[in-house]
Design a protein around this ligand. Structure first.
Ligand code: SIN
Length: 372
């Protein structure tokens, strides 16, 4: 608009100059032409890669009223995008089908493939951000893994759906539009990996799935969401303080140290821990009761495991809150590590990465858990 009125002004000045003071015919001065203004190109929309991995967002049932008995991961990325024409007003989309899995079957080899592909894409100056469509069931694990291993400050946003693509009021299309909107937003840069779900924006470190069926299925217990996205508007209300992405020592590789999770509950035996030690497990995360407290028989088995060099991380099955070091168990004496505010599943992700990076011993590993 400003350029257009400038050229109109110049044209008006030239008209009055030529009519009042320039005689026509040979020897007359050449008419003063307006300077050539650069063409006004529309600003380019950000280029966002959308990587599909499967999940309910790509699920289909025979009946539109069916929201629980369906097959996950059967709708391709092009079809997912085709039902959201508004995406073309937000970003230039570069789609890729990375996998078509129900995320309960997520495997470490697929994590390696996904993280390496994201790092390759984000190293390309032509890509401004990445959105990953994923199943809800293990989304919090994949998100935290990427939060620690993506080597870029460009936005990376995961999204998903609780209702299959075939359902009445499917939530996937709007979640996808919102995720691309967040990925295209300048304020998302440097925030680590984000999860856009049901109009909320969460940090990958904090977010957990909290409902088996509700469309409001993701929350960041105690801490709350980072912000929100609605009708094309993105607003952040807090930022991430723990190091992530470029600021971690973790790199994605193909080797995954063997780490398992056991739970403490009434009457639990030591059989599972002894079996894991017998097969050479490198680490065990215990989902303790309360503030990470552990049944006496299980605790003895874990202490025996720790004395043989197995890393034992104490977390809680409660779902929110911190596990205080030397609180409900004598970590220093037992050689255990406290997971802090990480749930058992995220603690396992961090322990695998820490061990793969060469971390050893409860003191050094506790530092890693206190940092990330
Ligand atoms: C999955 O996690 O792949 C299935 C469940 C879902 O996406 O909600």
């Amino acid at each position: 608009m400003a350029a257009r009125s400038a050229s109109l002004t110049i044209a008006a000045m030239n008209t009055s100059t030529s009519s009042s003071s320039t005689p026509s015919g040979a020897g007359a001065a050449a008419p003063l032409l307006p300077p050539q203004l650069p063409p006004q190109l529309p600003p380019q929309l950000p280029r966002i890669a959308v990587l599909a991995t499967g999940g309910t967002i790509a699920g289909a049932a025979a009946d539109v009223t069916n929201t629980s008995g369906y097959q996950a991961g059967v709708v391709g990325v092009d079809q997912l995008l085709s039902v959201v024409p508004a995406l073309s007003t937000v970003a230039r989309i570069a789609p890729e089908q990375i996998a078509s899995v129900d995320s309960k079957d997520m495997a470490m080899a697929l994590w390696t493939t996904l993280a390496q592909r994201i790092n390759t894409l984000l190293a390309d100056a032509d890509i401004d951000g990445v959105v990953i469509t994923h199943g809800t069931d293990t989304l919090e694990e994949t998100a935290y893994l990427l939060h620690l291993t993506v080597k870029s400050d460009k936005p990376v946003v995961l999204t998903a759906a609780m209702r299959p693509a075939s359902a009445l009021s499917a939530d996937g299309p709007l979640n996808l539009l919102n995720a691309v909107t967040v990925a295209a937003h300048a304020g998302s840069r440097g925030q680590g990996v984000l999860v856009a779900f049901n109009n909320k924006i969460h940090s990958a470190r904090d977010v957990v799935k909290t409902s088996t069926y509700a469309v409001d299925a993701f929350h960041s217990p105690e801490i709350g969401a980072l912000g929100w996205v609605q009708d094309g508007r993105v607003e952040f209300q807090r930022c991430v303080v723990r190091p992530h992405t470029l600021a971690t020592e973790f790199v994605i590789g193909a080797k995954w140290p063997h780490v398992e999770i056991v739970a403490s509950y009434a009457g639990v035996s030591r059989i599972a821990v002894d079996a894991l030690v017998a097969v050479g497990v490198r680490g065990i995360v215990v989902a303790g009761t309360g503030n990470g407290s552990i049944h006496a028989s299980l605790q003895q088995a874990l202490a025996d495991a720790a004395s043989q060099g197995v890393v034992v991380v104490r977390s809680s099955r409660v779902g929110s809150g911190h596990v205080m070091r030397n609180g409900a168990a004598a970590d220093d004496a037992l050689g255990f590590v406290s997971a802090g505010s990480l749930n058992p599943y995220k603690a396992r992700v961090l322990l695998m990465l820490a061990l793969a990076a060469g971390g050893t011993g409860p003191v050094a590993l506790q530092k890693i858990f206190d940092t990330y």
